[in-house]
Design a protein around this ligand. Sequence first.
Ligand code: TA6
Length: 284
Amino acid sequence: MTTSPVRTDTGAGNLDRLVLEHASGSKAELYLFGAHVTSWQPQGQPDVFFVSRKAIFNATKPIRGGIPVIFPQFGDGPYPKHGFARTQTWRVSDSGVLPGGEVFATLSLEDSEATRALWPFRFHAELRVELSDRLKVTAKVLNRDSAEFPFQFALHTYFTVADIRRTAVLGLKGTRLSDSLVNDAESVEDREAIGFAEEVDRVYMKTGNELAIRDEAGRRTLRIQKECMPDVVVWNPWIERSLSFADLAPDDYRGMVCVETGCIADPIRLRPGETWEGSTSFHV
Ligand code: TA6
């Protein structure tokens, strides 16, 4: 008997989830709530994505870990923090196998009364996940409104690392950054390898498209390649700030790092009928 490469099942909290399986043996999981990827295990490897053991799966709170989809606002502002895409239930609009063998699923979200009450525009958004020996996430936003709208978008990805103190983010040297922990003070990154010994929360603007996370203790390097997602956020809450998150265990900071890709510093502006598309792919 053959099993389908994309199947629906019930995940934590009884939430609907898609499970994608590729011929290489790699496997990914994607919740419809938030179009939220929570797992990607390349064949024979530990999960690339970190999900807190205290994460809440109740279709109300965003899931702590994996890839929260941030749209239409990054961080705080006039709309809900990090937008509403991560707290809406998306629908499966397509799935299957591509000619190259990649297994894919596309989830869609349109404006509704609920979203228009939070952000007054008509839109269509898609998140497509493609699994092979890599994982590629492509996002699209279409303006279905009669007015132009600005928005921010990000994949707020939580990566598993064996030991944050022996982890480094590579590929940001020479990039302008804004440090959220010191009133958004701007400077230029002068390090080849960004290590962690305290809380870090920085937006790197207009970075190169190739980044890497070197997980020395886990003996692996994760490569990140992005398109039309100019900015990168590097975040680790460290010890004290972790305690302020009800859905993060006190020691979680040791085994995770967020390296987020998106359009943050300069919001995208879409005129009626226009579409934006951006993608990020991950490779161990
Ligand atoms: O991307 C970094 C950040 O904006 C941090 O400042 C931190 O608050 C984090 O995201 C998590 O935000 P959340 O709303 O998911 O608790």
